[in-house]
Each structure stands twice: as structure tokens, then as C-alpha cells.
Design a protein around this ligand. Structure first.
Ligand SMILES: CC/C=C\C/C=C\C/C=C\C/C=C\CC/C=C/C(=O)SCCNC(=O)CCNC(=O)[C@H](O)C(C)(C)COP(=O)(O)OP(=O)(O)OC[C@H]1O[C@@H](n2cnc3c(N)ncnc32)[C@H](O)[C@@H]1OP(=O)(O)O
Ligand SMILES: Cc1cc2nc3c(=O)[nH]c(=O)nc-3n(C[C@H](O)[C@H](O)[C@H](O)COP(=O)(O)OP(=O)(O)OC[C@H]3O[C@@H](n4cnc5c(N)ncnc54)[C@H](O)[C@@H]3O)c2cc1C
Length: 673
């Protein structure tokens, strides 16, 4: 039998090889769990190998040494080369293959086609009529035109009903007049809007006969297809550097009474007829589909960002030696410290959990998308609630995990050589885009409050909130039953979420009964409401993890995932235990049990730590991290990496003659006086 950890190679750092030799499971079989099939895991590696054979697709130098302009140019250069090889490298109809190709070749900092693939094409697929698809979608898929999704304005992002850009129907000419009447009405933020795209789906407030019909989607050509010059009545540009994600030209757009044909409104579900008659869609929020599309996929992208940071941190922690546990023995790998394990392992478990919850979410999303094709909208509310909660909780916990990974690398974690700070910057954008996290938690809370009301009225609720109608134990059975079952943990999570949902509900009802208007009462309860949403979502994540472990057949993989799940349940429960202590559902003795199970779990995970992160099969090319190198040879490569610094081109910088020398000279002169 070969090595179970598939990353072992001759010449690697002995400390990392030692870790890999301890693996109790086949890392490539584990990759099949993460990427949802063995075929998908195989394809990722095949794509990486093929890319490595194309010299023009390699980074010209480490990305942190590029200026913003160079980053934009480098991403565009690679997109050009990729287009030549695309059909040989991937199945272009497979989103996961395309996503992987992008991560390996270009990385997370963006590229001119980022929003084209992530939102422009999906919005056309979901909202364009067949005729409109012929006109734009097929051209977009062949990349004859490049588009983006332009919704957010300088003054409004969260509250779509107050978008100031107007699309006023002119019956006489059968046109819409698109206008940005104020500075704050300018589109501000859309990815690739600034310089790359020549088309955009613009979301504007529809006005017919002076009546406001709310946000609707319109196809707008921004630039000449040959010269790329902005068209008349259009002002467009880049919004400037950001915290990260700087290979992308997030942009602004001002429309000055721009006229577009009536048929440029995306009309698959909603219509404005020639005479201005408005025909409602089957569901009022069908036009929000592009946002739901991204939210549904964000769990997996966040899992990927988190796993990338942890791969870097865990590999580095296995070659970094510092300090002693036993003073008579050599310095230990920092991974031996319990604090280091506690800092990293629960986040490894979360990365797996997000990936499994993500797979379930994408399945529901695909079903709803198919239903919507035929006008069936029943599950839209469930999907909106689920994706709103997950989007918020997963991005927030990912942020925490990446930052812990950075700190766990000590000083070198702060260097861009770790690349963790860039991953952090990219990932935390997710707390804001596709709906600011608090705003989206409050969307889920609306759904939860409706369910709570139904239960209070004696109705049975099912599906994602079914547990609100299920029997509850007054006291948790954790450590109170002979068999060790995850059910006792999941029931405790259910109890905690249920209690909080009803606590928020009762508070809201009390305020409403006292005569407070709904919106004011809602605001005064909103912290409690967001707590309810978080707890409900964390329950779902734990359940999704347990469902996946239950379904795994391979004994060794099941055992390894079981260890991670055990860690996850104990760690997460400790994190929210105050809710269960408050009403005596858990007692001090059970808390001690949970804590000791957590510490036991850390020890159980330790031998497989490197293998759990290796199983994500993230190549050096896509990690772009000196600390996270597969071979563990960090130190000599840190030194090589620093040679790229432009400050090292000369021994003496011009600033010496200009500023430092006069400063020192004058100081020396003064001290002689
Ligand atoms: C595939 C690739 C994946 C990931 C990216 C990869 C890599 C990441 C790297 C870099 C980044 C790349 C891309 C980022 C791109 C970012 C793009 C954007 O940010 S686009 C702009 C996004 N903007 C928002 O999300 C705005 C948030 N606001 C809203 O969505 C709405 O304003 C809000 C839902 C908050 C309110 O809407 P409103 O119309 O006012 O409704 P109201 O509150 O009154 O609710 C009425 C009723 O409708 C229900 N509802 C709302 N939305 C939906 C929906 N989508 N589906 C179903 N139902 C919905 C709502 O619950 C309520 O129901 P009830 O009355 O309670 O029954
Ligand atoms: C990297 C990145 C990429 C983006 N890409 C795109 C894109 O391609 N296309 C596009 O159209 N947009 C894009 N955006 C914009 C993004 O979608 C919005 O910034 C986001 O939806 C948040 O809206 P806002 O900026 O209006 O925040 P605000 O709503 O102004 O948020 C400010 C604060 O107010 C709070 N708040 C607001 N409303 C409420 C409420 N009702 N209840 C309680 N609290 C509230 C928020 O919680 C937050 O704390 C992008 C943004 C980023 C950062």
C-alpha cells in the first residue's frame, strides 16, 4: 500500500514528511468528500498539472510585489492566454472546474471577467427572455462582450427600494430613460465596471406614468465594442484602491438621461408592454436572483479561503520549532502547543463544515432555480432565509479563522510572504457584499419570527424550522446517556436556537402589544433577532456536518471526519453555551465534560493535522505562500522571496542622499557644537 497522504515527496522537509507519514486516511479520498466526488477531486489535480505545463500561465513574480496597475494588467494578460487554452483545460460548462482554474492561474485578487462569470451571465440566464438570451447571453458566453452587475449606488446598497437611478418609461418612443439624478445615485462598487466591461445589467427604479414599481434590471451597453470608449451620456471609471482585491476594477457609473429600447429590460418574469402596462412577476423578488446565486455559492468560496489560510498555518506550524515542552528535549514544533492546536483545529473543522453545508445549499439553489424556470416559486423563501443566514455566519466565522491562522504564524504571518493578509482582505469583503451581514441576518429573522408565530398559534412547522415544533428536553442529555451520540449535541443546539427564537419573538410581541409601531419594535429587538438567526444557522451547519459524516461509507474517512465533527460540536457548543446555562439546560458538570472532550479532540486531531489540510489539495501555485509551501522549505525561500523587493535593487536608495544624509549630517553638526 502507498502512502495515505498523497503529498509525500523525496527532498521535502523531514518535519513535514514526519507529519504526513502519520496520516490515518487517504488524503485524495478525503478530497472527494470536500469536492463532492472523486471525479471532481481528480479533475482539480489534472487541471493544476496541465496549467503547470504552460509557462505563460505562471505568475511573472509574486503578486505582492506588483503595483495595482501591474496586478490589473497581469490578470488581463492571463485571461487572454487562458482563452486560448480554455477548452483544452476545463469543461467550460462546469462551474467548479472554471473556479479552480481561476484560483490556480489568477488567484483571488480578481480579473476582468470576475463579475462576468459570477453575476452577469447568471442574471441573463435567470431573467432574460429567449430572444434576449440570443442577443446577449450567447455572445457573453463566448466572451464577445464582457459585462457586470451594477446595482449598488454611492448612497444606497442595502435598501434596494431606495435606489435613486431611475428607468422612466417613455411610451411615445418605447424607450426607458436611465438617469442618475444626484451624486449619491451614481453606481458605486460593481466589480469590473470601472475599466474592463462594455455592458452591464443596471438595476434601476422603474417608473411608469410617475408610479414607482421598485428595482428592475436593464441591459445597458457602456462602451463602444471596438474602441472601448464610453458611449455618449455615460460616465464610467474606477473607484480606487481597496483593502484587497485590487486586481479588480470596482467602478462607478453615471447615466445622463440615457435612452435604451423597451426590450432592454430583462423580461423573462416581469413585463412592461408597449403601452406601458406593467405585468407583475410570479414572485416579487424574482429579480433578486443574481444575489441569491452568489450567496448560495459563498459557503464554498469561504470554506476555500479558510482552508487556504489553514493549510498555510498548519504546514508552517509543523516546521516551525520554537521553545520546549520538555526542557531536556530539542525545541518542539509549534504545532505541539495546545494553544496552537486550539487556535487552528476548530477552524479546520469549520472549513469542512462550511463545505458540507455549502453542498446542501447549492443543491437547494439548483432545485429552486429549476422551479423558477417554470414560474414555481414556493421554495424561494426557504432558500432566501437559508442563504441569508449562512452568508452572514460563514463569512464572519471565516474572518475569525483566517485571522487566527495569521496570528498563529507569528511575525512571518504578518509578511505578505504568508499571503494570509491578502486572503483575509478578499474573504472579509464577503461580510459586506451580497448583503451586509446584519441586514441579511435580519432577513432570516423575519422568516424565523413567522415560524415562531405559527408555532405559538398551535400550527406545525416543517423543513428548516421543523425543530421549533418538535419535542424538547428540559435538560440536555449530553453526558447523561450511556451511548455517545451526536444527537444529544444536536438536540442541545436545537434547544438553544429555539429558546433564543422565542425569546426574540416574545420581546417583539410585547412591544407590539404595548403599541409600538412594527418597525420601531423590530429595531429595538434587532440584536436579539440577529442572535436568533446566528444560532439557527449554526445549528444548520452542525446538522449538515453530521449528515455528511453519517453518509460516508469508507471506514477511515468516516473515522477522520467523525473526529473533526466531535471537535466541532464541542467547540461550537462551548462558544454558545451561555444560552444553555441561562435556563439550566446545561449544568456546570456537563460544561466540564464538554471542555474535556474538546481537549481530548485536539489530541486526537493532532497526528492528522497536516493531512486534514493537505486533503484540500491546494497546490503551491494557487496558495502563493512561502510559509504554506508543500515541501516545508520555508526559510531559504523566505530569503529568496525578499530579493523581489524593489527596495533591494540598489544598496543605497536615493532617499539617503535626499533626506537621511542631511538629517544625520545636521544632527552630527549640532552635537559637535
Ligand atoms: C459563484 C461565485 C461565488 C462567490 C464569489 C467568488 C469569489 C469572491 C471574491 C470576490 C468577490 C466577487 C464577487 C462579489 C460580487 C458582489 C456583488 C454584490 O454585492 S451585488 C449587490 C448585492 N446587494 C445586496 O445584496 C443588497 C442587499 N439588500 C437586499 O437584498 C434587499 O434590499 C433586502 C432583501 C434586504 C430587502 O429587500 P426588499 O425588497 O426591501 O424586501 P423586504 O425587506 O420588504 O422583504 C419583502 C419580502 O421579500 C422577501 N425577500 C427578499 N429578498 C428575497 C429573495 N431574494 N428571495 C425570496 N424572498 C425575498 C423578504 O424575506 C420579505 O419576505 P416576508 O415579507 O418576510 O415574507
Ligand atoms: C468587494 C466588494 C465587491 C462588491 N461588488 C459589487 C458588485 O459587483 N455589484 C454591486 O452592485 N455591488 C457590489 N458591492 C456593493 C455591496 O453589495 C454593498 O456595499 C453591500 O450590499 C452593503 O451595502 P451598503 O454599502 O449600502 O452598506 P450600508 O447599508 O450603508 O451599511 C452600513 C451599516 O448600516 C447597517 N444597516 C444598513 N441597513 C440596515 C438595516 N435595515 N438594519 C440594520 N442595520 C442596517 C449595516 O449593517 C452596516 O453596519 C461590492 C462591495 C464590496 C465591498
Amino acid at each position: 500500500m502507498g502512502n495515505l497522504n498523497k503529498e509525500i515527496r523525496d527532498g521535502d522537509h523531514p518535519d513535514i514528511t514526519e507529519e504526513r507519514l502519520k496520516s490515518t486516511f487517504d488524503t485524495h479520498k478525503m478530497a472527494a468528500q470536500i469536492y463532492n466526488s472523486q471525479r471532481a477531486a481528480d479533475r482539480r489535480n489534472e487541471i493544476t498539472s496541465a496549467v503547470l505545463k504552460i509557462p505563460e500561465l505562471q505568475d511573472i513574480k509574486p503578486l505582492p510585489f506588483l503595483s495595482r496597475e501591474e496586478k490589473v494588467e497581469e490578470a488581463a494578460r492571463k485571461i487572454g492566454i487562458l482563452s486560448e487554452h480554455l477548452y483544452d483545460l476545463v469543461n467550460v460548462n462546469d462551474g467548479a472546474e472554471l473556479y479552480h482554474l481561476n484560483n490556480v492561474v489568477i488567484g483571488g485578487e480578481g480579473n476582468p471577467l470576475a463579475l462576468h462569470g459570477v453575476m452577469f451571465i447568471p442574471v441573463l440566464q435567470a431573467q432574460a427572455t429567449d430572444e434576449q438570451k440570443k442577443k446577449w447571453l450567447y455572445r457573453a458566453m463566448k466572451r464577445e462582450i464582457i459585462g457586470t452587475y451594477a446595482q449598488t449606488e454611492m448612497g444606497h446598497g442595502s435598501n434596494l427600494r431606495k435606489l435613486e437611478t431611475t428607468a422612466t418609461y417613455d411610451k411615445a418612443t418605447e424607450e426607458f430613460v436611465l438617469n442618475s439624478p444626484t451624486t449619491t445615485s451614481m453606481k458605486w462598487w460593481p466589480g469590473n465596471l470601472g475599466k474592463s466591461t462594455n455592458y452591464a445589467v443596471v438595476v434601476a427604479t422603474l417608473i411608469i406614468n410617475e408610479k414607482d414599481y421598485g428595482p428592475h434590471s436593464f441591459m445597458v451597453q457602456l462602451r463602444d465594442e471596438n474602441t472601448h470608449k464610453p458611449l455618449p451620456n455615460i460616465e464610467v471609471g474606477d473607484i480606487g484602491p481597496k483593502m484587497a482585491y485590487n486586481a479588480t476594477d470596482n467602478g462607478f457609473l453615471k447615466l445622463n438621461h440615457l435612452r435604451i429600447p423597451r426590450t432592454n429590460m430583462l423580461m423573462k418574469h416581469v413585463k412592461v408592454e408597449k403601452d406601458g402596462t406593467y405585468i407583475k412577476p410570479p414572485h416579487a423578488k424574482m429579480s433578486y436572483s443574481a444575489m441569491v446565486h452568489v450567496r448560495a455559492h459563498m459557503n464554498n468560496t469561504m470554506a476555500y479561503f479558510l482552508a487556504s489560510s489553514l493549510t498555510i498555518a498548519v504546514r508552517y506550524s509543523s516546521i516551525r520549532r520554537q521553545g520546549h515542552i520538555n526542557p531536556k528535549e530539542p525545541e518542539v514544533k509549534v504545532l505541539e502547543y495546545q494553544t496552537q492546536q486550539h487556535r487552528l483545529f476548530p477552524h479546520i473543522a469549520r472549513a469542512y463544515a462550511f463545505s458540507f453545508a455549502g453542498a446542501e445549499t447549492v443543491r437547494l439553489y439548483e432545485k429552486v432555480k429549476k422551479d423558477m424556470e417554470s414560474g414555481e416559486t414556493e421554495l424561494m423563501a426557504d432558500l432566501h432565509a437559508l442563504t441569508s443566514g449562512l452568508k452572514s455566519v460563514v463569512t464572519y466565522l471565516t474572518m475569525q479563522g483566517i485571522e487566527q491562522a495569521r496570528q498563529s504564524c507569528g511575525g512571518h504571518g504578518y509578511s505578505m510572504a504568508s499571503y494570509i493578509s491578502e486572503i483575509y482582505g478578499i474573504a472579509i469583503g464577503g461580510c459586506t457584499y451580497e448583503g451586509e451581514n446584519m441586514v441579511m441576518l435580519l432577513q432570516l429573522a423575519r422568516y424565523l419570527m413567522k415560524a415562531a408565530k405559527a408555532v405559538k398559534e398551535g400550527k406545525k412547522v416543517e423543513g428548516l424550522v421543523g425543530y421549533l415544533s418538535a419535542p424538547d428536553n428540559r435538560h440536555s442529555l449530553i453526558d447523561r446517556t450511556p451511548e455517545k451520540s451526536y444527537d444529544t449535541y444536536l438536540k442541545t443546539f436545537e434547544h438553544i436556537a429555539r429558546q433564543q427564537i422565542f425569546r426574540a419573538f416574545d420581546k417583539l410581541e410585547k412591544m407590539l402589544t404595548s403599541g409600538l409601531p412594527h418597525s420601531e419594535a423590530w429595531n429595538k429587538c434587532s440584536v436579539e433577532l440577529t442572535r436568533a438567526s446566528r444560532l439557527h444557522t449554526r445549528l444548520f451547519i452542525a446538522q449538515a456536518f453530521a449528515r455528511r459524516v453519517h453518509d460516508v461509507v469508507d471506514f477511515h474517512i468516516k473515522e477522520a471526519l467523525d473526529d473533526l465533527l466531535h471537535l466541532h460540536l464541542n467547540y461550537e457548543l462551548l462558544d454558545v453555551a451561555s444560552y444553555a446555562l441561562e435556563d439550566g439546560h446545561l449544568c456546570g458538570e456537563q460544561m466540564n465534560f464538554i471542555r474535556s472532550e474538546l481537549y481530548r479532540s485536539l489530541g486526537k486531531i493532532r497526528p492528522n493535522a497536516v493531512s486534514y489540510v493537505d486533503a484540500w489539495e491546494l497546490s503551491d501555485m494557487e496558495l502563493r505562500s512561502v510559509l504554506g509551501r508543500r515541501d516545508g522549505h520555508v526559510y531559504e525561500n523566505l530569503y529568496k522571496w525578499a530579493q523581489n523587493s524593489s527596495l533591494n535593487r540598489t544598496d543605497v536608495l536615493p532617499v539617503f542622499e535626499k533626506y537621511l544624509k542631511p538629517l544625520m549630517m545636521s544632527a552630527r553638526k549640532n552635537s559637535k557644537l
